[in-house]
Design a protein around this ligand. Structure first.
Ligand SMILES: NC(=O)c1ccc[n+]([C@@H]2O[C@H](COP(=O)([O-])OP(=O)(O)OC[C@H]3O[C@@H](n4cnc5c(N)ncnc54)[C@H](O)[C@@H]3O)[C@@H](O)[C@H]2O)c1
Length: 423
């Protein structure tokens, strides 16, 4: 073995001894990571700037559907996890994973303020030979052009390694978890890549190594753009089907009999959550930064975001062309079933559209007690129209069935709730 290779191996071996992890951000992404890392033997500091969240986590409470209260309490008792609202000072090399929100600003451009703030905090505690991994979704080049220089400028720590490992978690998905969903990773150099592989191998079944961080960052954005564009396409089909007079769902079922080259997507009132409506705009931003235009992304954004208005117009026709004073109840307002996340939920836009057309709108959601000063109300029968938007498993539709109230199923899946699909 050449001397240079031996030095590299020595470095890998010494840094592979890293035993402690700081996870910056304890949300839907950071908390499950903290729990998996702690269960696989790391000492984890779960850091979040929200004092309220940290207090809740200390008591074992969380919104993350896959995390059990008993696990949170047991791991804390054994001192495998410490939750803290102050970034911990470390005296040994560590892995620091960043998992903070990367939303869009009011112009639908990347809002990187929380990611930059996280890097500035990391710079205050990082020590020599540590590894920084970014799990937050961001534009192509974020690790190299933003994270590394931001930390490097403020910290005098030497030989810091950098890698990306974009999270693909789908909160509430019973089949695909952090463990069995392959993880794409890439380091800025080979040592960072090797240590990152070693870390994730402890709790992920399959690791895919990309040749450079930009590939991993782009793959994350492209996966969600693929979904957003296909959802827009099927929503467009739904509008066409409505005008011509055929069933979109029956058409998708027929097309799905083709054993190759087709994948079903289902129409909906739009896209929601922290990923599908947001990530494509990060890819569009990457495109614009090199003078390219992301035409598909812009069109898909427009198509999906116009769905609540389009559907409200269609509902108006169903209710004899006038929504004034009509009582409408929506079942499920979160952006997808069985979670409490309201971020970017198109149900909220549909409520606003229907209200602006004069309807009186109430909603029922077992995961949301209050939104915009309005409380969730039980499913009612004295209404003019019921709308199935986000059918959580817990919602019992029997009262609507028994009373024969008029119901439209707008849900974005192929399940049958007892009423024909409207979209
Ligand atoms: N939620 C998902 O399903 C999902 C899936 C894949 C990727 N992502 C990406 O992962 C990232 C995190 O998303 P999330 O859903 O976990 O967000 P979240 O809002 O659930 O949690 C983020 C947490 O970070 C905390 N935070 C904000 N700024 C901080 C700072 N400077 N220091 C420490 N903590 C800070 C917030 O208080 C919050 O608790 C985003 O980039 C998102 O796009 C999310």
């Amino acid at each position: 073995m050449k001397l240079n290779s031996i030095r590299i191996m020595d470095k890998i071996m010494s840094r592979a001894m890293i035993k402690s992890v700081i996870v910056v951000g304890q949300g839907y992404v950071g908390l499950p990571l903290s729990v998996h890392a702690a269960k696989s033997g790391y000492k984890v500091y779960g850091f979040d700037i929200s004092k309220e969240k940290i207090e809740q986590l200390k008591k074992g409470y969380t919104d993350s559907p896959e995390i059990k209260k008993s696990d949170l309490l047991r791991l804390q008792k054994k001192r495998k996890i410490e939750f803290t609202s102050t970034i911990p000072k470390l005296n040994k090399q560590s892995i620091i994973v960043i998992a903070v929100p990367t939303p869009l600003d009011s112009n639908r451009k990347p809002d990187l303020s929380m990611l930059i703030n996280a890097c500035e905090l990391v710079a205050t505690v990082i020590v020599d030979n540590s590894l920084v991994i970014n799990e937050s979704t961001s534009y192509v080049g974020t690790l190299r052009d933003l994270i590394k220089p931001t930390i490097g400028k403020l910290s005098s720590a030497k030989d810091i390694m950098y890698a990306v490992a974009p999270e693909r978690i789908d909160p509430g998905n019973g089949k695909w978890s952090m463990k069995n969903t392959p993880r794409v990773i890439a380091g800025l150099d080979n040592i960072a890549t090797q240590i990152t592989v070693k870390f994730y191998s402890k709790f992920c079944d399959q690791i895919h190594i990309a040749s450079k961080p930009e590939v991993a960052e782009a793959a994350k954005l492209f996966e969600n753009t693929f979904r957003q564009v296909n959802i827009a396409l099927v929503n467009e089909l739904s509008s066409i089907a409505n005008l011509i007079g055929f069933s979109t769902h029956e058409t998708i079922k027929a097309a799905s009999t083709k054993p190759f080259g087709f994948m079903p997507f289902y129409p909906s009132i739009g896209v929601g959550g922290h990923c599908i409506p947001v990530d494509p705009s990060y890819l569009a931003f990457s495109a614009e930064s090199v003078g390219a235009e992301a035409k598909f992304i812009n069109l898909a954004n427009l198509t999906n975001s116009s769905m609540p208005k389009n559907i409200a117009e269609r509902i108006k026709i169903i209710l004899e062309g006038n929504l004034n004073g009509k009582r409408i109840q929506i079942a499920g307002v979160t952006y997808k079933p069985n979670i409490s996340d309201l971020r970017e939920s198109p149900a909220l836009d549909l409520i606003n559209e229907l209200k602006s057309m004069g309807a009186s709108v109430i909603w029922h959601d077992p995961f949301v007690t209050k939104y915009d000063d309005q409380q969730s109300s039980e499913l009612k029968q004295d209404i003019d129209l019921g709308l199935i938007v986000t059918p959580h498993d817990q919602i019992d539709f029997s009262i609507w069935k028994k009373s024969g109230v008029k119901v439209l199923d707008l849900s974005a899946n192929s399940k049958n709730y007892g009423w024909p699909k409207f979209l």
